[in-house]
Design a protein around this ligand. Sequence first.
Ligand code: ATP
Length: 899
Amino acid sequence: MTQSSDPHEPIDRDDKVWALSTDQLLKRFNVKVQHGLSETEVRQKKKQFGSNQLKKQKVRSWWSILFAQFKSIIIALLIAASGVAFLFGEWIEGWAIVIVILINTLIGFGTEMKAVRSMEALYKLGTVKTRVRRDGKISLVNAADLVPGDIIIIEGGDIITADLRVLNSSKLQADESALTGESLPVSKSADPVDTKTALAERSSMLYKGTAVTRGTGEALVVNTGLNTELGKITSLVEITEDEKTPLEKRLNDLGYKLIIATAGIIFVIVVLGILTGRSLFLMVEMGIALAVAAIPEGLPIVATISLARGLKLMAEKNALVNRLSSVETLGATEVICTDKTGTLTENELTVEGFQFYERSITIKTSNGRGFYEGEVSVDPKKDQELMKALEIGVICNNASLYDKTEGGSGDPLEIALLATGRIAGLEFEDLIKQYPEKKETAFDPQTKMMATWNELDQGGYRVHVKGAPGEVLKSSTSYLHNSEIKTLTEKVKQYFIKLNQELAANGFRMLALAERFSTDLEEESYQELCFVGLITFLDPPRKDVRTAIEQCRDAGIRVVMMTGDQVETARYIAGEVGLGDPQDQHIIHSLELENQPEEEQLKAHIFARINPKQKLDLIELYQKNGYIVGMTGDGVNDAPALKKADIGIAMGERGTQVAREAADIVLTDDRFSTIVVAIREGRVIFINIQKFVMYLISCNVSEIMVVGIASIIGMSLPILPLQILFLNLVTDVFPALALGLGKGSEDIMERKPRSSTEGILNRSNWSFIFWYGVLITGSVFGAFLWGIHIIGQDPSQAVTMSFLTLAFAQLWHVFNMREQQSQIFKNEITKNIWVWLALILCTLLIIAIIYIPELALVLKLFPISISEWKVVIVMSLIPFVAGQAYYILKSYYGKLLDK
Ligand code: ATP
């Protein structure tokens, strides 16, 4: 075995750390398990080994963002335009276009910089963290910051983020399928293995990219980043390109289609113009200006900004988005499948009492803390049944209780059992010393039971079992009654079954306890059990769930409970939170699932005793029927269902890292109501994007119509190329951005989900764009002709009026973007402060180019009189007034008009 002398050098394959003893290893890395590395050592090693990443997130520098602005088609077109201007000796025009290029670049740079930086900040929120001991203290650090020599604390459900050598373990198992292809979990321990052991069999190692399925342990980081086994098989440093969401792709697609559609029109306009004797320079310039109008360059960047803003808002409200592409799916979610414990309920369990055959014992935690039968206090030390039940609860347990303070770590149900044991003076550590644990049959959502095998002084083992009452009863043949073991007759069985159902129907979470003796460790755990009794737990529903479920109902989203718990508890909780139809609370039990016709399965609101595989099947069923499904999950077993669902939702508090990694969204507070908040935000983002796309395109369409019609009928142009550039590249941008930042209308959750197959713009959006294009065009011509025929201006003067009409009509047009059913003065647009700021800024800019003589000269504009202003204002208001009148009429005669 080659051992490198420098402890800071990365371990290479020849080091065979799996064959070293833990002492050798710790010496080799010069670290103590209880202390870990010091911060100084970490800093030093970080410099030496770099970041523990296989892929580097590209952080874009400001200059690369600035440079990117010059790569756009628009800038190329503008540069061509300025070239043409200089060629024809039009110096003012030429320089004006150069200035437009600079302004456009600045705006583009500013917005893109903001978008890129906010996205980068959001990515950081979602990074995987690892529990590390440094300087004797345990803390969570970003996996990317791990260095060789770090001491890691591992728990079931964790993702392994570096190559580790196990230092100590308890029932540790890992799923290494990602690396070795082996689908069954493999056991891990600190015992060294032979130097020649193949990777898949190195039980003393844990490898980056694999996951801990169960157990706990501590381990030492031996390799990080590209030095890990996974790193070696991954191609060299991969650069993750900025993820393009389907939405951005669709926007780009829309952009291309628009360019193609308008290229022909622009060509005709230019040719017609030249044929009707307009100057060649004017027409080339016009062609370029119209091309600029047709290219919706701003779309992807405004989309990113509104996405980033929405994601930030979601993160503030405890929903972290893992995958950007899920945001648009969120808004289209039609079914939410949720589990019960912890999402609909508080998950702060307390033991309420015990049920033995024909006797019940309750627990008081405050005044007169202790155990009571009716009003009579019971001493557990003198009550064999109670003592047995308490002992099973404590010993068949994987949680741990904090020393003095309330609470503990692990499954809340098991914490509650430990806390109850403590009331009677029972501690896990004492019991385990007396009865060492030799084997555990882990809790499995399929069997719904757990067992531990503990060795007895006199030889043999006592098997302690806890689990779902129905399952435990099925495996029992005897029961404990008045300190005697009796045969479990059908009558006694029915007694417990009935009692269990009644208590569950009253909202208690139920658990059964049993035990048996065995001399053979290889025997099956769940057979010939002696049933001890039932435990009732209190787990109250969360208070905000009822409102959240009502909101879902209003929003056309079906909420379906898929719980591992029994029918009665599920029904009680469903009733408490208002889930499903109170008149027809049909619950499908997992055993009935296969025999139920698909229509029944699709109709049901509650599924009880469901296992992870059945969850997966149900998601497939919904998807087959065209539904967009959101699904909550927390365990390692839930990962496939979380991946399969359109929106996988993992729990940040109680969820495992594996579930969090598999999910699209992580709820940091585990609350059902946060899902509703996220769906709302998803809808807002989509609608905002839809709005600014409609706004920008309708403005551009009106410009193309104005120039197109004037060219076809051969009249003077009501608007000139530079003016079009000014409108497109300066003034249109701000209202569009403001629309992208809207907070969404109040009734957004009172509408049905958007169809997932629908593109960004549907048919009615296109007709909206067309009709507003027509209206704006009409008012521009109106102002132009008014100037010529009524005021008597010559066409070059009247252009100022038509330009101003177009500019202001486009500004007022932003108010047409309100939801049609909203109120005229009080709606999501008028409430959007950004819209008002954009309007003020644009008005100032427009006034500036009229009244600052140098600018006016360049844009061929003139200051106008009050009466001319009146015409401009009235004409520019026409599209707005017409739009609002249509909305009002439509809401009055809605259905009538539609017909
Ligand atoms: P949900 O799936 O809605 O969160 P749940 O937590 O009750 O509900 P599971 O975790 O699958 O679902 O548990 C199913 C049943 O198994 C529970 O009703 C309980 O009786 C039993 N059970 C739960 N946790 C344990 C445990 N740690 N040990 C033994 N039995 C358990």
